[in-house]
Design a protein around this ligand. Structure first.
Ligand code: FE2
Length: 379
């Protein structure tokens, strides 16, 4: 690990004057998917997201449909095309279902655009105002890795259910929450030797600082390897780890992702909970599939991480992993890919002081991923 900067002392590292891009949080994450109606049902039924808003033919759109779902501070937008041509179709054709927009909540979308494009960001959307009876929202956007974009959302003058143009989606079918609270971090996979380029992008263009880095000695098994650096904004609310493949005897899981996604893209979203045992129990009961580690992991884990508040037995039954750093410990678990292509997955994380990302679990975890790759014939 080359540096070990915690979010607590980040503000000392990025002087306030340099935080030219104050981010209030993640506004929403938009996925382009083949069948938004059914994907919405999956996120409701399996994950406990609630129906919030809708846009489509009924709201005057001709070419697309979007469903907005929310659980606490996590807002997902699922968008599908209604016509045979266009950028959504091309995106789905190239990548399968995947994250197109990581939208960031800002006070000033025009300034966010000016500050980032001035520092070299490629424009995706010039500052644009949209209005309806509930007020106005200013948007702007820049490109990041692959075909992924960041949209800046300024919504201080808006009181509607989501964004202008959306109608409330009053679906009578509601499911119980699974206790997911907010997006802890979102990880991007980029191509060979591109990690530093994209970390520099987040540093230079968006004013982020590097929290930690892992090299192939940290993150390698007998067969495969990857490299990773974690970039964070000034207030620590937005954390974007960036992974690249590294040389191993067999194919890196990052390379498998790049092959199937056809380029760089979002690999996983880590969703935070206050009670990982309850959350993962609920998700498993609703059919969400997780990676498992061998039972032997639990024979020695407490020697590594020391005392924890939870009983080990339910953690072992559910396959939840444990890691510790200087500030505390964390509990985490990873789903299998949630799509047909082995691309995107979710992490569930409960932090008990720790601000790190589970380095101590990487080996056990990657061996679990390799067992899956082996079955897919992509190792
Ligand atoms: Fe993660």
């Amino acid at each position: 690990m080359s540096t070990n900067i915690t979010s607590q002392n980040l503000e000392k590292i990025i002087p306030e004057a340099e935080d030219f891009l104050p981010l209030l949080g993640t506004d929403y994450v938009e996925l382009y998917v083949g069948n938004a109606k059914q994907a919405a049902y999956y996120y409701q039924t399996a994950w406990g997201f609630q129906p919030i808003a809708y846009a489509g033919l009924e709201t005057g759109l001709k070419d697309r449909v979007s469903y907005v779902l929310r659980q606490d501070k996590i807002t997902l937008v699922l968008t599908s095309p209604l016509q045979p041509d266009g950028e959504i179709n091309e995106h789905i054709n190239a990548h399968g279902d995947g994250v197109k927009v990581v939208a960031l909540w800002v006070d000033d979308a025009t300034k966010s655009y000016e500050e980032t494009t001035k520092r070299g960001a490629e424009s995706y959307m010039k500052p644009t105002t949209q209005e309806d009876k509930d007020g106005k929202v200013v948007f702007s956007g820049i490109h990041t890795y692959g075909e992924t974009v960041h949209v800046f959302v300024e919504r201080k003058d808006y009181n509607g259910v989501f964004l202008p143009g959306y109608m409330p989606w009053n679906k009578p079918y509601k499911t119980a929450s699974t206790g997911l609270k907010y997006i802890d971090h979102m990880v991007g996979n980029v191509g060979w030797n591109e990690m530093n380029k994209w970390c520099e992008f987040y540093a230079k263009v968006m004013g982020f600082a590097q929290l930690v880095s892992f090299d192939d000695k940290d993150i390698s098994t007998e067969y495969t390897a990857l490299m990773s650096k974690v970039m964070s904004n000034g207030n620590g609310r937005i954390k974007f780890p960036i992974n690249e493949p590294a040389e191993g005897r067999k194919k890196s899981q990052i390379e498998e992702y790049i092959d199937f996604y056809n380029g760089a893209g979002v690999q996983h979203m880590a969703l935070a909970t206050d009670n990982i045992i309850e959350t993962v129990t609920a998700l498993q009961n609703r059919g969400v599939e997780f990676l498992t580690v061998p039972a032997s992991y639990y024979e020695t884990v407490l020697d590594r991480v020391g005392e924890i508040d939870e009983d080990l037995e339910p953690l072992k039954e559910l396959g939840i992993l444990i890691d510790r750093d200087d500030e505390g410990y964390l509990l985490q678990i990873f789903t299998k890919p949630i799509l047909d292509r082995p691309t995107m997955f979710f992490e569930i994380i409960q932090r008990k002081g720790a601000q790190s990302f589970g380095k101590g679990n990487f080996k056990a975890l990657f061996e679990a991923i390799e067992r899956e790759q082996e079955q897919r014939g992509t190792l």
